[in-house]
Design a protein. Structure first.
Length: 260
């Protein structure tokens, strides 16, 4: 009898122990899941807070993110920046001569702009002008390295008058190109303004969809000094309207003027 009781008690103890272990395991699992969900929620809140801070920071600085960077009419400057990581999906190498031989990034342009610049160069050649490309597309990273170099060389305040802050460069759109004539020593230099090629571009660029982007006397509106070598593709109709009016892209788009 005593042995039977001992066996029964042992069985009961075993069953109770297994039940307790199972309950503890379930509790531990629920606790682990709760902890995981809590961490995910906290991480999500942190990400949202970070995004809100970035947005608030941009708003405080008067910066708006461009919503349609693929449009050939897109406005990009220090107040209208390209979305993070933007890269055009239709970059090609235009069939035009450059001041260098290598087939590198800065030869690229958006396909529509590339076709237009080929036509412009051909027309210039017919009129006795030998144009050369200097620099077209620049990725965000390339622009960052360039801007950092200029800042180290001249300080940020001066660098901003002739070089774009990363993310705000027209070159990143694939719609802009710097050009020069036969005197390559005037590439991206003030002396280009006095050349016959600069005059030809002023009179003819709009016929091929390009504008002289940074006009003389409009520095307070564009944020940059006069650059007669910097061509920006916007399409023929818009280019002719802007050129006939003698206005900047900022004025044409009724955008808030840039202020350095």
């Amino acid at each position: 009898m005593k042995k039977a009781m001992i066996v029964i008690i042992g069985i009961i103890s075993l069953v109770v122990g297994q039940a307790c272990d199972q309950q503890q395991s379930t509790t531990d699992q629920d606790s682990s899941m709760l902890s995981s969900h809590t961490e995910q929620a906290e991480g999500s809140k942190e990400a949202e807070a970070s995004a809100e801070q970035d947005s608030e920071s941009n708003e405080e600085q008067g910066i708006e993110v461009v919503t349609d960077p693929q449009s050939v009419e897109v406005l990009v400057n220090e107040e209208y920046e390209l979305m993070e990581g933007y890269e055009p999906d239709d970059l090609v190498y235009p069939d035009i001569p450059f001041i260098f031989e290598d087939k590198v990034e800065k030869r690229l342009m958006r396909e529509e702009a590339a076709e237009a610049i080929e036509q412009l160069f051909a027309a210039a050649k017919e009129d006795g002008m030998n144009l050369l490309g200097v620099s077209a597309y620049r990725s965000y990273e390339t622009q960052k390295n360039l801007f950092d170099y200029y800042v180290a060389q001249d300080g940020e305040e001066l660098a901003r008058t002739y070089s774009a802050v990363p993310g705000t460069s027209e070159h990143q759109t694939g719609l802009a190109i710097d050009v020069v004539g036969e005197d390559v020593s005037c590439a991206a230099e003030d002396c280009f303004a006095d050349t016959v090629e600069a005059k030809w571009l002023e009179d003819n660029a709009a016929d091929y969809g390009f504008i002289i982007r940074y006009l003389e006397g409009k520095e307070d509106l564009t944020g940059y000094k006069y650059e007669p070598w910097h061509l920006r593709y916007v399409g023929v109709e818009m280019a002719k309207e802007i050129t006939d009016l003698g206005v900047t892209l900022e004025e044409y788009m009724n955008a808030v003027p840039v202020s350095n």
